[in-house]
Write a protein that binds this ligand. Structure first.
Ligand code: ATP
Ligand code: MG
Length: 448
């Protein structure tokens, strides 16, 4: 017996009372069986969208042409979708045409994996026509029907298989796996947005290091070839025990579930493939891989159609990830200024995961340094010390009042004053700074 939310039972009851069938279906049934909390509750019904709309006072036309109406209950939406048979998928994306049917089995047959192809209602119990329960118990991801055909209809299912394996800790069934490897290249037909969604779900799972399977199954080659390059980049340094890609996977496994943090760890060393030099002793160096990685990461994230804010944060963290401020007040204030107040806590988390995923060489020292920096960061924040122009005691307006002409020079002066304050917080007073400027300023002085 599964526990469905009252609203889901109500919707199914209303459908049944009017002579239609209704079931909870797909991911929510799977998650309920596993005692996981479903993201959303989907209902499948023999009623057509127009019939559904007539039965409920508040509905939203989510995708009438695909049979979906959202029924609103107490402000929460439940997607109610008419039983359908998906025709062939257009360019491996959307079904070219959907055909409604009154047969539940047909609707379950179109679904991707056996564990996602079960339906449930409290009156009819579990409908499991493709061995979904058995696969759930045996922890197996298996296509409904022939994997080659199913991936042929919609190549995104290739990536979904790995994503579910990562989320649930399941194995992919042999034939399904074989088809994945053979058909991986067809993922090139799939839109960046859909690939992004699955990528993020995998990275935000309990096993982000399962990104390894995306590589092992020849999928990164299509969706992120830059990752293949780091899997093939050795790093012979005392700091590392793995090649760049293996280190990345290890670091990923050590981070908490934060979207920006996980994306940053996935790409933090992406610049190493192009920046590797080997010295006379056979030791590798990767000077400048942070800044180089920023550019490569930007290309990858843009290609996957991530939003600008995400791209800015992730690439900024990648740029600075290898920067090691000393655990001293001045250095930490400067670091907060460079990395930015907002991203500084994540910057510390990136450094921690990065160091923990390295070899034991100097590990205690590295972690102690980060602890020291973090402690100082909190102290500096608590004391509200100035670490950016925002809180500098002198503004452009003050400089103009002192007779300076507006222009690009002004920014340079403010930056110079900020440098003073980063070294000596007690200098952050208007009078003191203006006096300092008149005496020591190297930038343009007031004219006249
Ligand atoms: P989650 O919501 O946790 O990401 P889910 O299984 O609910 O996982 P959704 O994308 O919400 O996944 O889709 C709901 C259901 O619709 C799935 O369980 C599956 O039955 C079906 N489905 C979704 N996408 C596809 C697809 N590309 N091909 C076939 N069936 C699909
Ligand atoms: Mg879902």
């Amino acid at each position: 017996r599964l526990q469905l939310p009252a609203a889901v039972n109500m919707i199914i009851d209303v459908l049944q009372a009017h002579g239609y069938e209704g079931f909870a279906v797909g991911g929510c049934v799977r998650d309920s069986v596993l005692n996981r909390t479903p993201d959303d509750w989907d209902i499948t019904t023999s009623a057509t969208p127009y019939q559904v709309k007539e039965l409920f006072p508040k509905t939203v036309d989510t995708g009438l042409q695909h049979g979906t109406v959202t029924v609103m209950v107490h402000g929460v939406g439940y997607e109610v979708t008419t039983y359908r048979i998906d025709g062939e998928y257009e360019d491996g994306r959307h079904p070219k045409e959907v055909q409604f049917t009154s047969n539940l089995t047909e609707d379950l047959k179109r679904r991707d994996f056996t564990i996602n192809a079960m339906a449930y209602s409290k009156d009819r119990g579990l409908i499991d026509e493709f061995g979904g329960m058995n696969d759930l118990q045996r922890k197996i991801i298996r296509c409904v029907g022939d994997p080659w055909q199913r991936f042929g209809e919609d190549a995104l299912r290739i990536l979904r298989a790995v994503r579910f394996a990562a989320q649930l800790g399941f194995e992919i069934e042999e034939n399904t796996k074989k088809a994945i490897v053979e058909l991986a290249s067809t993922l090139s037909k799939i839109s960046a947005e859909r690939i992004q969604t699955e990528t993020v779900k995998l990275l935000m799972s309990d096993r982000p290091e399962m990104w390894r399977s995306v590589y092992d199954l020849s999928i990164t080659r299509i969706i992120m070839p830059e990752f293949d390059a780091i899997m093939e980049t050795p790093q012979n340094t005392p700091h590392h025990m793995y090649n760049v890609g293996e280190h990345t996977l290890k670091a990923l496994s050590l981070t908490e579930k934060d979207r920006i943090l996980r994306l940053t760890m996935l790409l933090h060393d992406i610049g190493k493939a192009s920046m590797r030099t080997t010295d006379a002793n056979g030791v590798d160096h990767f000077k400048g891989h942070g800044p180089a990685g920023k550019e490569i990461a930007k290309k990858i994230l843009r290609r996957l159609k991530f939003d600008n804010d995400t791209i800015a944060q992730v690439t900024h963290l990648i740029y600075w990830h290898d920067y090691r401020p000393a655990p001293e007040e001045k250095a930490v204030r400067r670091a907060i200024h460079k990395v930015g107040e907002d991203l500084f806590p994540l910057f510390l988390k990136v450094q921690r995961a990065d160091n923990l995923a390295q070899s034991m060489y100097l590990r205690e020292e590295k972690l102690a340094r980060i602890d020291g920096v973090e402690k100082l960061y909190h102290e500096i924040m608590e004391k509200h010390q100035c670490v950016s122009l925002k809180t500098l005691a002198v503004t452009g307006r003050d400089l103009i009042a002192e007779g300076m002409k507006p222009g690009p020079q002004m920014g340079a002066v403010l930056q110079e004053l900020l440098e003073v304050v980063l070294d000596q917080p007690e200098m952050n007073e208007k009078e003191k700074l203006l006096a300092w400027w008149k005496e020591h300023g190297t930038c343009q002085k007031a004219e006249g």
